[in-house]
Design a protein around this ligand. Structure first.
Ligand SMILES: *Cc1c(COP(=O)(O)O)cnc(C)c1O
Length: 408
């Protein structure tokens, strides 16, 4: 049974007023709120366990290690990775993609005139690390185009995939528009026409979809904890064992060595080779609690609820004259991104909504190329999570109408 009241009661932050109005939090694509179970897990770690992991003989250190490794296993099962050591703790999606790009660059994997393909719909963190890699190696960056609905034009892949293609990196759901990309179809093309490695940016899909990395058959899958009800500063890089084995480490330091002397250092095995330094132990353990939260509510229930919200939001917003939704005709998840005709600045709308207690994102959403494509400086983006309600969508639509009256 999906009980929205009961779910909302698990999010203490929702019990507050902002600017004298009950908080309506519609900025989940930037960072979702956290349920009590996650907050308590985090606090319990610091109150009762706090110790460094993997190197202590004492009880607390062993307990911390056990809890963190349990959390790794929870994530492993959540995304159906084959082995727990294919699941690497990071700071988030950004660090995961930088790790892959840096390490592949150092592993002689990519050379001058090789090609890397991304898409027009990527977050800056799935653009810039590849540009940096191209600058270092002389490889070329190619970009899958979109149409006016924000739908990827996949015939580009038929024309451009070749043995020169070394990496294809695409998100499963766009953060700016919410467009769901046909990732299975993309992976099938990549496999058929090249021997490129396939990277999936799952930052916006893990909060909404059931993920099966083995079924997807991607080589890497990266995501952030803070967009799926876990704390900030934790994330996951999944990689296939045989590829991770061949890759050079990213950061050097403690935890990631097998032996270290001034003449020669040998590296630890997976996953520790990629986890230099003291990790965010409390955060990593709390990520396991977020996985438990999502499983308990049911990922499919979350998705169904958010789809109801999305359809309703689209309907209510399109009743407003002169409101344009970007990616309106595309299949989307959890996001509605829009502008009001004649209101040049999205942040003006966001400011008026904030006065009404409604938190939305305005601006370029770390996706300037998409904004350039639609020839706008930014959009207003409302993004949903499991705790949002139809009444909140009504308030959003009323708020947008009010902003329109005030700004036109
Ligand atoms: C948020 C986001 C990122 C970056 O995630 P961080 O948590 O800031 O590292 C990358 N890609 C997509 C699609 C995102 O939504």
């Amino acid at each position: 049974m999906f009980d929205i009241k009961e779910i909302r009661s698990q999010f203490p932050i929702l019990n507050q007023q902002v600017n004298g109005k009950p908080l309506i939090y519609l900025d989940n694509a930037a960072s979702s709120q956290k349920p009590i179970s996650v907050l308590e897990t985090w606090q319990k770690y610091y109150e009762e366990i706090n110790a460094n992991v993997h190197r202590g003989i004492h009880t607390l250190s062993q307990l911390a290690t056990e809890e963190m490794e349990n959390s790794r296993k929870k994530v492993q099962h959540f995304i159906n990775a084959k082995h727990d050591y294919e699941v690497i703790f990071t700071r988030g999606t950004t660090e995961g993609i930088n790790l892959i790009a840096y390490s592949l660059g150092n592993s002689n994997f990519i050379k001058k005139d090789d090609e890397i393909i991304i898409s027009y719909l990527e977050h800056h963190s799935n653009i810039v690390p590849w540009q940096m890699l191209c600058e270092r190696t002389g490889a070329k960056l190619k970009v899958i185009p979109i149409d006016e609905n924000g739908i990827l034009q996949l015939d580009f892949l038929d024309q451009n995939l070749s043995e020169k293609t070394k990496i294809v990196s695409v998100n499963q759901v766009s953060n700016a528009l919410g467009v769901i990309n046909p990732i299975e179809e993309i992976i099938a093309k990549v496999r058929k026409l090249s021997s490129a490695l396939m990277v999936v940016d799952g930052a916006q899909s893990v909060p909404h979809f059931e993920i099966d990395v083995q079924k997807l058959d991607c080589d890497f899958f990266v995501f952030s904890g803070h967009k799926m009800y876990a704390p900030m500063g934790v994330g996951i890089l999944y990689g296939k064992e045989e590829i991770l084995e061949k890759m050079q480490p990213f950061h050097g330091g403690g935890e990631m060595i097998a032996t270290c002397s001034f003449d020669k250092t040998t590296y630890a095995g997976l996953p520790f080779k990629f986890e230099a330094g003291t990790p965010n132990v409390g955060g990593n353990i709390a990520l396991g609690a977020a996985v438990n939260f999502m499983k308990k509510v049911g990922v499919q229930n979350i998705r169904n609820h958010e789809n109801t919200l999305l359809e309703y939001a689209q309907k209510k917003l399109l009743e407003i004259d002169g409101l344009k939704i970007y990616g309106e005709k595309a299949k989307r998840a959890g996001v509605v991104s829009f502008n009001l005709e004649g209101v040049g600045i999205a942040s003006d709308v966001g400011m008026i909504l904030d006065k009404l207690g409604i938190a939305v994102r305005t601006g370029h959403h770390c996706t300037q190329p998409i904004m350039d494509f639609f020839n706008v400086a930014g959009t207003v983006r409302a993004s949903f999570a499991v705790f949002n309600t139809l009444e909140e969508i009504d308030a959003l639509a009323e708020g947008v109408k009010k902003a329109q009256r005030m700004l036109m």
